[in-house]
Design a protein around this ligand. Structure first.
Ligand code: PGA
Length: 252
């Protein structure tokens, strides 16, 4: 069994001082459990301040995006070494907002995954279908394409460093989470694909679900052994609901 993983994706919320307050509030009420790993992904400018507050606690720091280049004339971009030095251990790659609002392609995501791994940043790779794709029965083929293109060129040992986040686009920020059966079905398919392509032991692959996860539906989702945690957006902006979701994920 892989360790459950709860990641808070703050998106473009919280200034530096607001980020500090949120972390302090989380630290006040969170009691680490060995069965759950917790990470927060604040905006870039707050990373260093949050890193300082997290110090030697068990909560990990993640970035929301990364540039595929190490350095150079790439105005507005943030490189993997910059994230490492700011204290990040993880990086979210290919979030649906990056894909659909900012036009990131599977090739961009592929380059970012390789860049992150080169610098020992652990990628949280997001995949997910749009509503019209689900309605047209294309969910499996969309996920397969995103996964195989994004992870192309990796060796099976690299897969041990990767978390997959299944985030159906229609469930993100809509209040309409996938049902446990819908999520589990896609997670099982992802496990099958990783096993087939890279020979990865399905039980060792960490696949988390994202899309309108709240304290009210987390328990139901975590009942499935296919669901190894959650990528939480809106509900992570409140210390109590974020910590509650983490508690619901524990099996200690
Ligand atoms: P949400 O966002 O929980 O607000 O739906 C999840 C995400 O986008 O990662």
């Amino acid at each position: 069994m892989v360790r459950r993983f709860i990641v808070g994706n703050w998106k473009m919320h919280k200034t530096i001082s607001q980020a500090e307050s949120l972390i302090q509030a989380i630290l006040k009420i969170y009691h680490p459990q060995t069965s759950v790993e917790l990470a927060v992904a604040p905006p870039f400018v707050a990373l260093q301040a949050v890193s300082g507050l997290l110090g030697s606690t068990s909560i990990k720091l993640a970035a929301q995006n990364v540039c595929a280049k190490d350095e150079g004339a790439f105005t507005g971009e943030i490189s993997p070494p910059m994230l490492r030095e700011a204290g990040c251990q993880y990086v979210i790659i290919g979030h649906s907002e990056r894909r659909h609002i900012f036009g990131e392609t599977d090739q961009d995501i592929h380059a970012k995954i390789h860049a992150a791994l080169r610098h020992s940043l652990l990628p949280i790779v997001c995949v997910g279908e749009r509503l019209e794709e689900r309605q047209a029965n294309q969910t499996q083929s969309v996920i397969q394409h995103q996964l195989l293109t994004g992870l192309d060129g990796l060796e099976s040992k690299d897969l041990a460093h990767i978390t997959i986040a299944y985030e159906p686009v229609w469930a993100i920020g809509t209040g309409q989470a996938a049902t446990v059966d819908q999520a589990a079905e896609v997670h099982a398919h992802i496990r099958f694909l990783l096993g087939k392509q890279w020979g990865v032991n399905p039980d060792q692959t960490r696949i988390i679900y994202g899309g309108s996860v709240t304290p009210d539906n987390a328990q139901m989702l975590f009942q499935s052994p296919q669901i190894n945690g959650a990528l939480v957006g809106k509900a992570c902006l409140n210390s109590e609901s974020f910590v509650k979701i983490a508690q619901l994920a524990t099996s200690d």
